[in-house]
Design a protein around this ligand. Structure first.
Ligand SMILES: [Zn+2]
Length: 249
């Protein structure tokens, strides 16, 4: 680490739990972020500011005016730009040492598979169940830790599915792929602006913990947040032996 890096990351290095060793792990790490929206914004901002080595961001959408109420990585002059390009510009202004790979695509199939395979941690900040399940399947297949988050109205949830462990539950253990889950989207239901910031920030924190091995992650737990009362509770998660995605592993 050069003198500039020692200064830039000094407040991490001062933490005995992280130190130079932990910071070097972050500087060498590759995170894959699905979605550059409400959750993806704080995730990208904190991972870049923290000095993650490489951040691959996938999102096929363009910035529009309705995004700016909560998608804080984007600016008014970014309206009409690809979200990933808008995010890359903001991140470069914060920390140009981070290699940001901006992919204007809704990744799926083999493409998603290959991206997950080369990442050290995967963060899901997408807004639909089809993508969530596809990301989960790829993480189970390649045994990658998945940091999952969701937020709509005033309700948020966060979990870590750390597929590096044999007994880890996956996203489908909690929400089976064939379940008739009602899709609740911000575009219809509304979303409290800071809720996405809180959920995404917790996801960023969990990813940094996964990468450095610091503390105890939300692996095997689902954290539920009610921003109306600002109450948090955690529910234990268990692997479902009959899960169609991870059950026969
Ligand atoms: Zn499962």
């Amino acid at each position: 680490m050069n003198d500039n890096q020692l200064l830039r990351y000094s407040r991490h290095i001062l933490l005995p739990e992280i130190g130079i060793e932990g910071q070097e792990k972050l500087n060498a790490a590759h995170a894959l972020l699905i979605g550059a929206g409400g959750l993806g914004s704080p995730i990208a901002l904190y991972l870049a500011a923290s000095g993650i080595g490489t951040l691959t961001i996938c999102d096929a959408d363009q910035v529009d005016l309705t995004n700016l109420q909560r998608q804080i990585v984007h600016r008014s002059d970014g309206i009409g730009k690809n979200k990933v390009d808008s995010a890359r510009d903001t991140l470069a202004a914060i920390n140009s040492e981070v290699e940001v790979r901006a992919l204007v695509e809704r990744v799926e199939g083999e493409r998603l598979d290959a991206l997950v395979a080369e990442a050290d941690v995967v963060l899901d900040g997408c807004d639909n169940f089809a993508t969530r399940h596809a990301v989960n399947r790829a993480c189970v297949k390649h045994r990658k830790p998945l940091v999952s988050g969701a937020g709509v109205r005033f309700d948020g949830q966060i979990a870590v599915f750390d597929m590096r462990a044999d007994d880890a539950p996956c996203y489908a253990c909690l929400f089976p792929e064939d379940a008739e889950t009602e899709e609740v989207r911000c575009a219809v239901m509304g979303v409290f602006a800071p809720l996405t910031g809180i959920v995404g920030t917790i996801q960023a924190a969990e990813a940094l913990k996964v990468l450095t091995g610091v503390g105890k992650t939300l692996a095997g737990r689902l954290l539920l947040l009610d921003a109306l009362t600002m109450e948090l509770r955690t529910v234990g998660l268990k692997k479902d032996p009959a899960c169609a995605v991870c059950g026969k592993r």
